[in-house]
Design a protein around this ligand. Structure first.
Ligand code: ADE
Length: 229
């Protein structure tokens, strides 16, 4: 899987991708992450990437030309999807994440502070994606959320020990609680059922905990679980 990220702040992407599981996935060739800076494609000698909005109003608007030219320079595979990170997009979730693993290449457009000139959308026709109903200062953190969550689903990205089998959402429920040593900490005991080695009882306990948590914390998810699983 190859990610190409169009961003005015490539260091944000490169820095975050050089650690931990994503850093290792790059080292082992499971993914590659490439950044393209639209500022390198401006035709203007001051390397201007934004300008004031037609019609007036606050803020600046990202100009079409540097973004479109940068996008057109990215070499594309036959199986590429282009995303635009924006609060106006489709909410990102585990299903969208799973769907994205089917592509060989994901191109991600990030804005910063301001909106995109609408003609960027008209020409590139990206799938617009939001990571939630809040506004960040730019698309870099949302792009990293996509890169991280998609990459960890790819074969070879997670070691056995980091398996995603019991991830939240994988069976439509939130994760069950986890415990490790010691058996007692500040008077809080590990539940007895986890200590007796009875795997079917442990499985039953964990599923019940998942259901309890999901009912309490995410009644919306629990309704879907009841209807689909
Ligand atoms: N850019 C700014 N806020 C965003 C959000 N919530 N999701 C995706 N991209 C964004």
């Amino acid at each position: 899987m190859r990610f190409d990220v169009l961003t005015l702040f490539p260091e944000m992407i490169e820095g975050a991708c050089s650690h931990s599981i994503i850093g290792r996935a790059i080292e082992t060739g499971v993914i590659s992450v490439n950044t393209v800076n639209p500022r390198d494609y401006t035709l203007d000698k001051h390397k201007k990437v934004d300008d004031t909005p037609y019609g007036g109003g606050a803020g600046m608007v990202l100009m079409a030309q540097p973004y479109v030219d940068a996008y057109e320079e990215v070499s594309k595979s036959d199986n590429t999807i282009t995303l635009m990170m924006t609060p106006q997009g489709k909410p990102f979730d585990n299903n969208m994440c799973r769907d994205l693993t089917k592509y060989d290449q994901i191109i991600i457009l990030c804005g910063h502070y301001e909106g995109f000139d609408e003609r960027i959308r008209d020409i590139i026709k990206p799938v617009e994606v939001s990571i939630g109903d809040f506004v960040l200062t730019g698309g870099e953190l949302p792009a990293l959320c996509v890169i991280d969550s998609v990459s960890r689903k790819l074969d070879g990205a997670l070691g056995k020990i980091e398996s995603m089998e019991c991830d939240s959402f994988e069976n439509g429920l939130l994760e069950y609680p986890h415990y490790t040593k010691p058996r007692e900490y500040r008077g809080l005991e590990v539940p007895e059922v986890l200590l007796n080695g009875n795997h079917s009882l442990i499985e039953e306990y964990r599923l019940n905990q998942q259901i309890k948590r999901t009912k309490e914390r995410r009644p919306d998810l629990y309704e879907k679980y009841k209807n689909n699983f």
